[in-house]
Design a protein around this ligand. Structure first.
Ligand code: ATP
Ligand code: AH0
Length: 362
């Protein structure tokens, strides 16, 4: 998994048939070099108009795919007694415009399969978007499987570049949507002012004053008036950067952090969660965590209290979804992406030797 923060590749080993979850054996994070991150960022900015054969695009896709292959190799070296059967490869979202039936996760599944000798499931979002769904978020089926048997309503909030929530209601129903910005705006702001890629431990935001008038103006965006399911492109709130442009580094960070928190708090959910469990890199930012706790008024905990690894969850999820994909099981539903009926998704690419048994297992 390479998320919207563009920070690197998360890879995880998970034992699953796409329904039950067995061992979650381990995970690694492999950061992108600052140079690759800059090149990805530049592509993101021009993704709407880029020629698919553009030389720089093809070079970056190759570089990011090889970084994924490296992550697989490191995992294998770290856990030599586990022999993976299948890779779920999300790729890097360069563009997401479901209203135009368009979503693009860049990555070369054939190259990854060749490099690793393993079958690869990729393009998880395409069929959902083609059928009229949002194509995101896809993690709710995994959250639901992990929470299976626990009484709801509870919410799982992922604070990545963009933030997304899964609500498991009191009858086990699954609802989801993106809530608004996660860390992406804060990351860009911190980088601009400090040269560091994030507001580490919320140091800037903690020292600043929130400009509530700006937060309110930002929340005036039509996205916040839409009912769930709904999803976002990473660049969706770039006007927020203009709104804070004249603030000090500290006040700007405090205001952007408050925007993330307030967007979560105002997300309309069908039932009020009794507790919120937080995953994704944003849970390491105490300003976001304290802001959420103050604003949500119910327990707000890191997912580690459930025994989960909040940094590995999305990578585990795409392994889980890959297993569902080869079995033809749904990976999205009306309540999670707005797709008209539950849909399977993902495409299988295989250039290596298929491990005995698994293709016929489902
Ligand atoms: N100690 C920390 N203090 C503040 N922020 C942090 C800290 N550690 C991580 N983060 C934030 O977490 C981000 C990475 O989060 P994560 O790995 O969940 O993103 P992602 O996988 O790209 O997200 P997405 O869910 O959008 O796919 C960093 O860009 C940074 O903003
Ligand atoms: C289009 C896209 O890549 N969306 C990401 C992004 O990052 C967080 C949020 O926006 C979520 O909707 C999704 O990722 C997670 C893994 C998901 O699909 O559940």
């Amino acid at each position: 998994m390479s998320g919207t923060s563009l920070d690197g590749v998360d890879a995880a080993l998970i034992e699953t048939d796409g329904e039950r979850i067995g061992a979650r054996a381990g995970a690694v994070t492999l950061p992108y070099s600052p140079a690759l991150r800059d090149r990805l960022r530049a592509l993101l900015d021009k993704a709407a108009d880029i020629d698919p054969q553009d030389g720089e695009l093809l070079a970056v896709i190759r570089a990011l795919t090889l970084r994924h292959a490296e992550a697989v190799a490191i995992l294998r070296a770290k856990y030599p007694y586990i022999r993976p059967d299948l890779i779920g490869f999300h790729g890097q979202t360069l563009r997401h415009a479901p209203e135009r039936r368009l979503t693009w996760q860049a990555g070369d599944a054939t190259l990854l399969s060749r490099e690793t000798g393993l079958p690869v499931v990729h393009d998880f979002r395409g069929s959902d978007v083609a059928a009229g769904g949002q194509g995101a978020p896809l993690v709710p089926f995994y959250h639901a499987a992990l929470l299976s048997g626990r009484p709801g309503p509870v919410a799982v909030l992922n604070i990545g570049g963009v933030a997304n929530v899964t609500l498991i209601d009191s009858r086990g129903g699954v609802h989801a949507c993106d809530t608004g910005p996660g860390n992406a705006l804060l990351d860009d702001w911190a980088f601009r002012h400090t040269g560091i890629a994030c507001d580490h431990d919320g140091a800037l935001a903690r020292a600043g004053e929130v400009r509530l008038d700006i937060v309110e103006a930002l929340l005036d965006d039509p996205f916040f008036g839409l009912p769930a399911p709904k999803s976002l492109d990473r660049l969706a709130f770039h006007r927020a950067m203009r709104a804070v442009a004249d603030l000090s580094a500290q006040d700007g960070a405090a205001t952007l952090a408050a925007f993330t928190v307030e967007a979560v708090a105002r997300t309309a959910l069908p039932e009020a969660p009794l507790a919120w469990y937080i995953c994704g890199g944003g849970r390491h930012n105490p300003v976001l965590m304290q802001g959420l706790a103050a604003r949500l008024g119910v327990p707000v905990e890191k997912v580690e209290v459930l025994g989960w690894n909040g940094d590995a969850l999305e990578a585990e999820c795409f392994g889980f979804l890959a297993a569902r994909s080869v079995r033809g099981l749904p990976i999205s539903a009306p309540g999670t992406t707005g797709v008209p009926t539950p849909m399977t998704g993902g495409r299988l690419t295989c250039t290596g030797i298929v491990p005995p048994g698994w293709l016929t297992a489902g």
